[in-house]
Every structure is written in C-alpha cells, then in structure tokens.
Design a protein around this ligand. Structure first.
Ligand code: AMP
Length: 393
C-alpha cells in the first residue's frame, strides 16, 4: 500500500511516497519557488535523482507535474496505487488533539487558525486544495504539529497573564514539533517494550524544542504560543523578557513586527555569534577559539540543560533522555556538553557509544541514572502512518 506524505509551504511542496508494507521511501522530492521565477523540482527514487527548472505558477501545477513524473519515471504504474495522502499542518489550535480525515470543515478550521500560524496554515491549505483539484477522490488526512501537545494540563499551557486573553483570544501555549516528539516517544516505547516511560525528548535542529512525555503523553513543551519561545535556536532567540521589544522599538525606531522578526531571524546562534546560524560553523569556530562562537555554544547548551532539568523535576525523574533532529542526531560534541552539565542528576554518557550520527542508539553508560538515546526523527513516516491508520478505519 502506498501513502504520500506532504509538507506544503507558501512557495514549496515537499513529498515522500512510502510503501507502507515495509515503511520504506519509494520516492521523495521538493518543488521550489512555486509562483515565483526560476521554479524547479527534484525527485529522488532508488539510486536515481532528477531535477528540472520548470514553470510552476501554482501548487496545482506542481502536483500535476509530480503525479505525471511518478508515472513517467515508473515509480508507480497508475495513480490508483496511491491510497492516501497525509498533510503536515502546523497549527490545529486547541481543536485538534489528533490527526483527522480532511473535510471541508477541517479546511475551514485551518483557515480560521491562520492567526496562530500565519506563514504555514494558509500554505497547507494551498497544498490540500491542489491535491483535491488533481485527485478529488483520494482520502486525505491532516497531521498537526500541535496535536501531541494537547494533553498538557492548564498549568502547563496557560500563561500567567490576564485570563481574559485566553478566553477571548486563545492566548496559550500550543507547542510545536509534536509529530517529531510523538515519533520519538513511540520509537522508544517499541525499542524498550515499555509504555510507562518518562521521556525528555530534545528536538535540536535549526528550530528546537524540548518536551516532557509521560506514558506516551505530552506533559509540557518548550515552544509556546508560537515557535519563537523555549530554547535558543539557529536564528530564534527562544525565551526572552518581552520588555525588550518596546525597548528596542524605541531605540531603533522599529515597529513590533520588525523586532519580532529580529527575534525570529537574527537571534539565536546567528545573533549571539554574529557569525552563523549553523551549529556546525559555531562548533568549528569554537574549536578555533572564536570567543563569540564559544559563547553561543555555551548559551545554547545552558538553555537546553535548563529545560531538561526543569522537566526532570516536573516528571519526577526521567527514564530516557532522547536527542533528535540535525544537532541532536549528529553533534557528538553538543550531546557531550549537555550531558556533562547533567552529571549532578546522574546522567552519564558512554563516550564510545556517543560516537554516532543519525542512528538509533543508546549512548548512556551502564552507571547512568537515566538511559540516553539518539533517535533519528521521521515526521514524514509518522504522517504516513497516521494516514494509513485513519483510512483503514
Ligand atoms: P534540522 O533543522 O533538523 O535540519 O537541523 C539543522 C541543524 O543541524 C543545523 O544547525 C546543522 O548545523 C545541524 N547539523 C546537521 N548535521 C550536523 C552534523 N553532522 N554535525 C553537527 N551538526 C549538524
């Protein structure tokens, strides 16, 4: 059975086509610069890869080309082979606690939630509409980044601000990266054959979030109303005192959105190091002794460790500390620095085992109080699994 997983952005469309019998990717690719000049696509299948510059005036054209190419390249024989399509959706607000079949009501809700994900939700709707137009009969499923976090209690999700803001405007913590954190929780439950785990899941990529998980459910997470809060990230500040915003507005003659833009795009690794948003450059710079890179690296580690420590207390301990996403899966050095700072809680790495990139592996020593794992995330597969499960109901 073949299922397609889609991540539609405002000018892009990323896809993975899975054979769900063995959960392997048959083909994957990216359509870029949709609706602007120099649009192009690339498709990978087996050991082959093709790419082409081609006019992509809108998402529907991109979807038609994608489906034609899947047939032309012999990846599928007919479109009927694709039995379902799962769409990544950033915000399901506080309405969707799990993945759902896409209906007109769901589409209207996604449009209504655009205030909570202004860059993403309208783009997802473009992707959904494009598939509806080209493949009107195929069942589609929405998989929300926020859904996994809907199990937080109000102590976790409410901010200590006027309660009216929550009642009237739904100002609360929503959390993001939920599909990734859910994948980590499921993978560890399968790996350890235990459902009753206290997990601290660290998704450390260009964007990053940390989630406290108990018995497979999210208890708290570091991102909030938007993906700007929590730990320091590639270009995002993470948590800062909001009074900085009017202060900088005044100093630099900017409006609030311009300062928020600075916090989203000019902060984090990039802002503090004045060098790069990419953790590899920061690591290299730190090794060369660049003071600004050392500072950025230390600050990142500190913000991550602070969340881990606070979730350790919230969960009343931790069975597994998990590292995932670009930095979490690949940066041996960053994992070492983080775990070193957690020694007072009994966390201990096995240095040899930690010498690993991008594969599921236990990296804690036998004396560690908690297990520590590297778990490669796979949001696309999680979307495909949900889609299969829902269309089989
Ligand atoms: P993501 O957003 O999950 O793609 O992660 C991007 C981040 O992962 C960037 O900061 C990269 O520098 C980092 N990253 C990717 N590969 C490596 C690697 N081999 N070693 C260290 N960091 C890496």
């Amino acid at each position: 059975m073949k299922i397609m997983s889609i991540n539609a952005g405002s000018s892009s469309l990323k896809f993975s086509l899975f054979n769900m019998d063995n959960e392997e990717v048959i083909a994957s690719g990216l359509f870029e610069r949709i609706g602007i000049d120099q649009s192009k696509y690339k498709i990978k299948y087996g050991d082959e890869q093709i790419s082409q510059e081609i006019d992509l005036p809108d998402h529907a054209v991109a979807v038609s080309i994608l489906l034609d190419k899947l047939i032309d390249l012999g990846i599928i024989k007919s479109l009927e082979e694709i039995e379902g399509i799962g769409h990544r959706v950033v915000s399901g607000a506080d309405v969707y606690g799990q993945s759902v079949p896409i209906t007109d009501k769901v589409i209207n809700d996604l449009i209504a939630f655009k205030d909570f994900a202004p860059l993403h939700n309208p783009a997802h709707v473009l992707g959904i509409e494009a598939f509806k137009k080209v493949l009107p009969k195929i069942p589609m499923v929405a998989v929300f980044d926020t859904a996994f976090h809907q199990t937080m209690d109000e102590i976790s999700y409410l901010y200590p601000v006027p309660y009216r803001w929550y009642k009237e405007y739904k100002v609360r913590k929503y959390g993001f990266h939920g599909t990734s954190h859910r994948y980590i929780a499921l993978t560890l439950a399968n790996e350890l054959n235990r459902q009753d785990l206290k997990i601290i899941s660290c998704h450390l990529g260009n964007g990053g979030s940390i989630t406290a998980i108990k018995d497979g459910k999210c208890i708290d997470t570091s991102m909030g109303f938007t993906p700007l809060s929590g730990i320091m990230m590639g270009t995002r500040s993470g948590d800062v005192d909001p009074s900085i915003i009017p202060f900088i507005m005044e100093k630099e003659g900017k409006n609030a959105s311009e300062v928020i833009d600075d916090l989203n795009k000019k902060s984090g690794f990039l802002g503090l190091s004045e060098y790069s948003s990419d953790s590899r450059d920061i690591e290299d710079g730190a090794l060369e002794g660049k003071a600004n890179c050392i500072l950025a690296e230390e600050k990142f580690v500190r913000t991550v460790v602070n969340y881990i420590a606070s979730y350790y207390v919230l969960l009343g301990g931790c069975d597994v500390l998990a590292f995932t996403a670009g930095i979490g899966e690949n940066s041996i050095n960053t994992r070492m620095k983080i775990v070193e700072k957690l020694a007072c809680l009994g966390f201990q790495l096995d240095v040899e085992a930690n010498n690993v990139r991008g594969q599921l592996q236990k990296i804690s020593s036998k004396d560690s109080s908690s297990m520590i794992y590297v778990v490669p995330t796979n949001e696309e597969l999680m979307i495909a699994r949900d889609t299969l499960e829902i269309i089989n109901r």
